[in-house]
Design a protein around this ligand. Structure first.
Ligand code: SAM
Length: 232
């Protein structure tokens, strides 16, 4: 059975506890499919006050996470796992996508570095990680939520993590289309009806309807996904 290990480097390791100890990630960890270790960046500083940040060269607001503790933390985590793929979470990174999640799910080990404050000394991203990823065009206060987003999106693509593997294959972004609309009981809620075709029992008709609806929804909500795609 494939196993994927995540090592996360953060100054707030406790933030990850709720996510790791509930639901799908807990089950995947209990079953040994996913292994997640969270490391406190402060354990890797040489500073006796456990300081991990400093004023930015050239002035400007706020503090910047220093290069040394982060590199020492990465090196410590990489010991015995030199093939680990190291990612810095930053709004200035390449967009994190479903395709990227699929690629990461095939790896054995992934290291996630969470920034804070005004960000991270540029040398970390340039010279000490394999790539920089952003979860979207907005700025959060830290890399912990982006790391959680990545952890969850990647984990559910590791074989055995979801109960039904086909559910990940059919979801939005697995093809160029958003997922087709889903309904469950009751069929009639205050006059708002789920489409009759879905309870017709005609599987071909249902698949055709789902495909048509996925196309319509994508064209309406995310026309950018259809550009340069052959989805006819
Ligand atoms: C306040 S942000 C720093 C923003 C930085 N000054 C800038 O303008 O790019 C602090 C940290 O949060 C994380 N972060 C914030 N938004 C993010 C995003 N959209 N994707 C990934 N990480 C993000 C990064 O780790 C970043 O170092």
């Amino acid at each position: 059975m494939k196993k994927l290990r995540f090592d996360i480097i953060s100054i707030f390791p406790g933030l990850f506890d709720p996510l790791l100890n509930e639901s799908i990630l807990k089950r995947a960890r209990d079953r040994g499919i996913i292994d997640v270790r969270v490391h406190n960046l402060r354990d890797h500083t040489l500073d006796k006050h456990k300081k991990v940040d400093d004023y930015p060269f050239g002035g400007g607001p706020g503090m910047v996470l220093s290069v040394e503790p982060i590199v020492r933390a990465i090196e410590a985590v990489k010991q015995g796992r030199s093939n680990a793929h190291t990612i810095l979470l930053t709004p200035g990174g390449a967009p994190f996508t479903q395709e990227k999640a699929g690629q990461l799910a095939q790896r054995d080990a992934v290291i996630l570095v969470c920034g804070r404050y005004e960000g991270v000394d540029e040398r970390v991203g340039r010279f000490f990680v394999d790539e920089e990823l952003s979860i979207g065009d907005y700025v959060l206060s830290g890399g912990e939520i982006p790391a959680m987003v990545l952890l969850e999106a990647v984990s559910r693509l590791v074989p055995g993590v979801l109960g039904d593997e086909t559910s990940a294959l059919e979801e939005s972004f697995s093809s160029p289309l958003l997922e087709y609309p889903q309904y469950t009981r009751p069929q009639d809620f205050r006059g708002y009806k789920a489409p009759d075709v879905l309870i017709s029992g005609d599987h071909k008709k249902i698949r055709d309807w789902q495909r048509e609806q996925a196309l319509k929804k994508t064209a309406r909500v995310r026309p950018d996904l259809l550009k340069n795609q052959n989805v006819g």
